[in-house]
Design a protein around this ligand. Structure first.
Ligand SMILES: Cc1cc2nc3c(=O)[nH]c(=O)nc-3n(C[C@H](O)[C@H](O)[C@H](O)COP(=O)(O)OP(=O)(O)OC[C@H]3O[C@@H](n4cnc5c(N)ncnc54)[C@H](O)[C@@H]3O)c2cc1C
Length: 413
């Protein structure tokens, strides 16, 4: 079996992995190896062909493919090696990783490892939706693969399940491919995406937003012909004729490798637990991007990559983080918080922000940190907390943590 040597191995060439590579490449050059199972590096933005990328990290408003190309170029210019069609499939106790590629299997033994494997939408099967099993039922990722990578044309009507930003991304793709996105169905009282998308969405695409509703049945033999939905307030059911159903959002991190390695996992995010330096429970193994926070935007994932680079270099230089830890937890007002461990005297999290996921819309939320039942910090943000997108709050609410007083519970009210 071929053996590859690299000082740092990065698994996943999406925005997070490529940005970490470009940053580390400035110091380590070709000692940084990035592997990705896809044929082309760039991650999700490669097939998300609409503007909306690069604001926070590149200070530009770019299309997904242009953004992906810029990230690949930057990593290559830093001297980093990128291997595509290479999937990391295994790990052994000595720290060796096994990968497979069209040229065969290989062993990689890095001194430091960064997991940047991203997140994916849960497909229809995993959502346990009753009904027939016809073709034409996709996730946004599958749809965009068909349309933007394989240039397939679609026709007929489409219904989108979910009302997140990514749902509008599906609307754009359907429209571009030749289908008519007739309705967007969300379980929430209003579409989760910004108002900016909802108004023009209806006007430009004729896409009706159906709120407070969920799918009860998929109908069709061979190809989907209709979807049945139920209004959760009235119990009333409605059948919408359609040729395509696209399930959007409902994210799950690509965590198989992290689990296989036996890293401590956070049951809420289903991601490896990390501290503010993005270190996992295994020394020398780091995690970044949407693997940790399923999902935030690409620029936030990319900035994780920048943030982790110094921690990796510190580790390679023999540095160790403070050994005391305090866990961060959420009460029922949020699904998860990331990062989920803090240490005394450690660096602030990336962008000095804690990331949350919530199921309730709050226009001007207050985020509160409690320890031992006592409020130790709180902040009221001028931006809303909303379902379907990450909510970001200043990490300064943790400034008064007592490292001997147990876990910190965070709430959004
Ligand atoms: C339809 C859609 C539209 C979006 N629109 C926007 C937008 O307009 N603006 C915006 O900022 N964000 C948008 N996003 C979100 C953005 O794409 C993500 O935030 C970003 O891609 C996350 O980057 P990442 O590097 O963490 O993960 P990813 O981009 O998912 O990259 C992870 C990479 O890891 C690889 N990988 C996984 N496991 C392995 C393994 N075992 N071995 C080898 N390789 C592996 C995968 O092949 C993949 O290339 C959108 C997302 C979707 C799905």
């Amino acid at each position: 079996m071929k053996e590859l040597n690299s000082t740092v191995l990065i698994v996943g060439a999406g925005p997070a992995g490529l940005t970490a590579a470009a940053e580390l490449g400035k110091t380590l050059g070709d000692q940084v190896l990035v592997v990705d199972r896809e044929a082309t590096a760039g991650g999700i933005p490669r097939h998300s062909d609409h503007p909306g990328y690069g604001l926070r990290d590149r200070k530009r408003f770019m299309s997904g493919p242009a953004y992906a190309r810029a990230l690949v170029k930057e990593a290559e210019q830093a001297g980093v090696t990128i291997l595509t069609r290479t999937q990391v499939t295994g790990f052994d106790e000595s720290g060796q990783l096994e990968a497979t590629s069209p040229t065969g299997r290989m062993i990689i033994s890095p001194k430091a490892l960064i997991l940047a494997t991203g997140a994916r939408e849960r497909p229809r099967m995993a959502r346990r939706i009753p009904g027939d099993r016809p073709g034409g039922v996709l996730t946004t990722g599958q749809l965009q693969n068909m349309v933007h990578l394989h240039h397939e044309k679609l026709s007929g009507r489409a219904v989108i399940i979910g009302g997140e930003l990514v749902s509008w991304s599906a609307v754009l793709t359907l429209k571009e491919a030749g289908a008519k996105p007739v309705a967007l169905v969300t379980k929430y009282p209003k579409s989760e995406s910004y108002r900016l998308f909802r108004g023009p969405g209806k006007l430009l695409f004729g896409t009706k937003v159906i709120t407070n509703s969920f799918v009860t049945r998929i109908i069709g033999k061979g190809q989907v012909s209709a979807v049945e939905i139920e209004n959760s307030a009235t119990g009333q059911r409605e059948t919408i004729e359609t040729d395509w159903v696209v399930f959007t959002g409902d994210w799950v991190p690509d965590h198989e490798l992290a689990r296989m390695m036996g890293l401590d996992m956070d049951p809420a995010t289903k991601s490896p637990k990390v501290d503010t330096g993005l270190r996992t429970s295994k020394p020398g193994t780091f995690a970044i991007g949407n693997l940790l926070h399923p999902v935030d935007t690409a620029d936030v994932a990319a900035l994780d990559g920048k943030h982790v680079a110094n921690q990796v270099l510190a580790y390679l230089g023999g540095g160790t983080p403070p050994s005391d830890t305090v866990d961060l937890e959420v009460d029922s007002s949020a699904r998860w918080v990331s990062p989920n461990i803090i240490r005394p005297g450690d660096i602030s999290p990336s962008r000095e922000r804690l990331l949350f996921w919530t199921d309730t819309y709050i226009a001007r939320p207050t985020v509160e940190a409690r320890q031992g039942g006592k409020v130790i910090g709180s902040v009221r943000t001028s931006w809303p907390a909303a379902p379907g997108r990450a909510f970001r709050a200043p990490s300064s609410i943790l400034d008064k943590v007592d490292y001997g007083a147990g876990p910190v519970t965070l709430s959004i009210t």
